[in-house]
Write a protein that binds this ligand. Structure first.
Ligand SMILES: *Cc1c(COP(=O)(O)O)cnc(C)c1O
Length: 366
């Protein structure tokens, strides 16, 4: 739609005029598309999740859901060996992140984050007026924890990282996460573990010892529930209490009855969780080898995607050529990573289709 800038200037608040919204990967409705661009799980959710949602749909949708989502909080807490007061739920982890940024990082000093990470972090900072100080990843796109020290005592609002990082897939060891927590004991260090179930090291066991640690998880990736919108944060009760305050000043019912029921069932079906996550990791190892055979350099991934570049071929061209062959991957036109493609791990069939398409795309480009 054509924008009427005069009317925008008239009605928009200054904050909204300055907003630069996040752009999600495309969700085209094209049959037969091999969709490897948004890191969704290639496998459907557990059959027990579907049954639970169907059952919940018959249990009184005319009534509001439990505003505390108690059943799901308790399930998640038990699963991770935490208390229910150490778990906060939101409508997808994006909402949890937004509340955390609002609750902890509006401190009139910069929030530290990697120069290359989940781009939504910068969007929240614009929304809430939080200044950002980006810390460059190393030349090999790893996280350099020492670079987060502020020896001059300069005030920081906190630290946010994704571990494994997005869109690189590179994981950080727990000792390094702990170093980060010790660098800024007076500020919240938020560790976004959206992809941790695919081989990363979770910081959840550190919660008992670090009052400044907030760990954020999602059911969108490893639990195959991107469409249900459930995410959660774990931390000591004082941090969770702050998130509750923000949530209860915004929306009392972020999780509906279907999401609560489906979420509980997702944690109860441990066998299915293990099976799908192992399948994704095993496809990843195969895909890495196939990509290397085609001449790609692939970063070591602990996520359900790989980040790869080809020394001889322009990434944007390859992405466009793949799309013409019905294969969607993600390309970010951003400094330092514009020669990379982010490829979500599909089923073995989808991975094969990708490799075949790449093979013929590269042949046509040479
Ligand atoms: C996918 C993703 C999220 C968002 O997950 P939702 O729960 O679907 O909102 C958050 N952080 C990172 C790094 C992600 O890749």
């Amino acid at each position: 739609m054509k924008q009427n800038t005069d009317l925008n200037a008239l009605f928009y608040s200054p904050v909204v005029s300055r907003l630069v919204p996040y752009v999600p990967g495309e969700q085209p409705q094209i049959d037969g598309l091999v969709k490897l661009n948004t890191n969704e799980n290639p496998y459907p959710p557990s059959a027990r999740v579907i049954a639970a949602i169907q059952w919940a749909a018959q249990q009184g949708l005319q009534l509001y859901p439990d505003p505390e989502s108690t059943a799901l909080r308790q399930t998640i807490a038990a699963h991770h060996g935490l208390a229910a007061q150490q778990v906060f739920l939101g409508n997808g982890s994006d909402e949890v992140l937004a509340h955390a940024f609002f609750a902890f990082f509006q401190q009139n000093c910069p929030l530290l984050m990697p120069d290359i990470s989940y781009s939504f972090y910068q969007v929240y900072c614009r929304l809430y007026g939080i200044p950002v100080e980006t810390v460059p990843l190393t030349d090999t796109l790893g996280l350099d924890v020492a670079a987060y020290a502020r020896a001059d005592g300069a005030a920081v609002a906190g630290v946010v990282i994704a571990n494994p990082n997005a869109p690189t897939g590179v994981g950080l060891g727990l000792q390094q996460v702990e170093r980060l927590l010790r660098l800024h004991p007076q500020r919240v260090v938020l560790v976004d573990e959206a992809y941790v179930d695919f081989g990363g090291d979770s910081a959840l066991p550190l919660i008992a010892r670090y009052p400044n640690l907030l760990v954020v998880h999602t059911l969108s990736k490893s639990r195959s529930l991107a469409g249900l919108r459930v995410g959660f944060a774990c931390g000591q009760p004082h941090l969770i209490e702050a998130l509750e305050r923000v949530k209860n000043s915004f929306n009392s019912y972020p999780l509906d009855r279907l999401a609560i029921a489906g979420g509980v069932a997702a944690f109860e079906d441990l066998a299915y969780f293990g099976q799908t996550r192992r399948a994704v990791m095993s496809s990843r190892e195969g895909l890495v080898l196939a990509l290397e055979d085609l001449g790609f350099q692939v970063l070591p991934s602990k996520a359900n995607f790989v980040f790869a570049r080809h020394p001889q071929h322009d990434a944007a061209h390859v992405a466009t050529a793949l799309r013409a062959r019905g294969v969607l991957v993600r390309h970010f036109k951003l400094p330092r990573i514009e020669q990379y493609l982010r490829i979500s791990i599909g089923t073995p069939l989808q991975c094969d289709a990708l490799v075949q398409a790449l093979d013929s795309v590269l042949a046509a480009l040479t």
